[in-house]
Design a protein around this ligand. Structure first.
Ligand SMILES: Nc1ncnc2c1ncn2[C@@H]1O[C@H](COP(=O)(O)OP(=O)(O)O)[C@@H](O)[C@H]1O
Ligand SMILES: Cc1ncc(COP(=O)(O)OP(=O)(O)O)c(N)n1
Length: 512
């Protein structure tokens, strides 16, 4: 029994299959050293695991005193204590993936090896950390043979080019082809899949490749291209990549898909590393560059309201609004406005019905459906009470057509959020203008001879004010949920509708 345990077994039988446990939140254990500056080691691993939706755990093999400028000291605690850490985790918790990083010395390697043989985790990614970029040793030279022996217990080995060269007993590759050749040799020798990394080569490209000579991949070499990011903040890239890929592999069970997920994330983390401003040397990567700060409730609506201010000011400056407020508006302009409003409401009602169809909840579906119906009722009331007593007006005016076309295009965009933003100004700006005009009418003592008194009284509608508050809240929530791209499209659609509100009030002057 003990002789079997000391033999390096092929990865497929010794340490699970490298296949996923299919858990949405994989439980991932990092067995690695500590970097107090947070860029490499277990600190980087825990961030990478979390950045990919995993539950991170860490058993510490070694303590380092290091920062972005280099490693000042290394302390390797007794291996027996590492064994206690590992057992404490595996005795209690099912582990979906393991990432192995800095091992320090031979006693640590022996301990990890014994534990792997006992527990056989489903996914084992081993980053054979030997020397930090700063040139400081993180593995004793005397432990290199032991490290070679533990490699077959991993499913994926992720050496950088100097580490790969050392493991196959060659000089560091000076070309991508030479690196892939060394990858093949290591794959042959270990039975594991090798991730050959292009980070240490020069040139505009920075490719990575999975190499497996036992038929476990679609081809012997699967390359994933990437651009080289111009930054010196590459501290911990190897740690971050290996723990991220372990996490994603536990979910997907496909090394190629996992690498294709993780590589662009790491490129973004390198690109955004400047934002962190950590240290004076080779800084860390930004593991959470893809996470946006959450917007507070009301924040997106507040942004839209700011965008609407110029259009509101333009509306208040229009002759039409002045005339409506004072009662001096030409009757033909008012009649044109009413007729266009009726035509607009019919189109608006259809667009609201589309918002109802796209709504993510029954509450919102009901709200838009109710608003759509309300529009048709207002349209028929316009015809019954306001237009029937006036001379017939012409057909669809150019501004009305432009507004309805814009809303229809928003409804065809397929984005509920964009559509909701596009329909909002008709609630919000209309309610705002109506409330102001009504308040002004009341303040002037509701003069008896005012030509538009009856119309101004329709503005005091608490039902419409309530519907407007609801529409604002819905758009605010949709905006907070939206991606940056969709949010920008919402703002554009909203602004366009605001502009069309201005033009709609100004259309009687130009087209009646
Ligand atoms: N400047 C860079 N631009 C883009 N990707 C990089 C860059 N440097 C390293 N990488 C990527 O980071 C990962 C780690 O690579 P590497 O630097 O070779 O390993 P290590 O950090 O172990 O020395 C690889 O996916 C590699 O392609
Ligand atoms: C504690 C600890 N572990 C590993 C490393 C090496 O990190 P790596 O991701 O290989 O990259 P560099 O930091 O060497 O660029 C480390 N420094 N500390």
């Amino acid at each position: 029994m003990s002789s079997t345990l000391s033999m390096p077994l092929p990865a497929s039988s010794a340490a699970g299959t490298g296949l996923p446990t299919g858990r949405e939140v994989p439980r991932v254990l990092s067995i690695a050293g500590s970097d107090p500056s947070g860029g490499a080691g277990i600190q980087a691993d825990l961030k990478s695991i979390a950045a990919h939706g995993g539950y991170g755990m860490a058993a510490i093999t070694a303590l380092t005193a290091q920062n972005t400028c280099g490693v000042q000291a290394v302390h390797v605690p007794p291996a027996a204590f590492l064994a206690q850490q590992l057992d404490a985790v595996s005795d209690d918790i099912s582990i979906d993936a393991v990432k192995i990083g800095m091992l320090g010395d031979e006693a640590v390697i022996r301990t990890v090896r014994h534990w792997l043989e006992k527990v056989r985790p489903a996914v084992v990614v081993l980053d054979p950390v030997m020397v930090a970029t700063s040139g400081d040793r993180l593995l004793k030279e005397s432990a290199e043979a032991a490290l070679r022996d533990i490699l077959p217990l991993a499913h994926l080995i992720t050496p950088n080019l100097p580490e790969l060269a050392m493991l196959v007993g060659a000089d560091p590759a000076d070309s991508w082809a030479a690196a892939l050749e060394q990858g093949r040799r290591l794959a042959d020798a270990t039975g594991a899949t090798i991730l050959v990394k292009g980070g240490h080569l020069a040139g505009a490209d920075c490719p990575d490749a999975l190499v497996n000579t036992a038929g476990l991949l679609p081809g012997e070499v699967v390359e994933v291209q990437g651009n080289r990011i111009d930054t010196r903040n590459s501290h911990g890239t190897g740690c971050s990549l290996s723990s991220a890929i372990a996490t994603v592999q536990a979910r997907l069970g496909d090394w190629e898909a996992s690498l294709r997920t993780v590589k662009p994330w790491l490129a973004g983390a390198l690109e955004k590393s400047e934002q962190l401003e950590v240290g004076r040397g080779n800084g860390p990567v930004h593991h959470f560059h893809h996470v946006r700060p959450a917007l507070a409730e009301g924040a997106f609506a507040a942004r839209l309201w700011t965008e609407a201010q110029q259009d509101l000011a333009d509306i208040y400056a229009l002759d039409f609004i002045h005339g409506l407020a004072t009662g001096d508006l030409a009757e033909k302009d008012f009649a044109y406005y009413l007729a266009q409003d009726a035509l607009y409401l019919n189109g608006y009602s259809r667009v609201l019905a589309r918002a109802s169809a796209l709504a993510p909840s029954e509450g919102e579906q009901l709200f838009w459906a109710g608003s759509s119906q309300q529009c048709l009722e207002v349209e028929s009331e316009l015809h019954r009470s306001w237009l029937s007593t006036r001379p017939a007006q012409g057909g669809l005016g150019p501004v009305t057509k432009a507004y309805v076309d814009h809303l229809t295009a928003a409804s065809a965009s397929g984005s509920y959020a964009v559509l909701a933003a596009a329909v909002l100004p008709c609630f919000w700006l209309y309610a705002e203008v109506g409330e102001k005009l009504h308040a002004r009418f009341l303040a002037s003592g509701e003069p008896g001879g005012h030509a538009y008194a009856a119309w101004l009284r329709t503005y005091a509608d608490e039902g419409f004010a309530e519907a407007t508050r609801r529409a604002i809240a819905i758009v605010d929530a949709a905006g907070r949920r939206a991606s940056d791209h969709e949010r920008a499209a919402m703002v554009t659609a909203f602004k366009q509708s605001c502009r069309l509100e201005v033009e709609f009030f100004d259309a009687p002057r130009l087209h009646s």
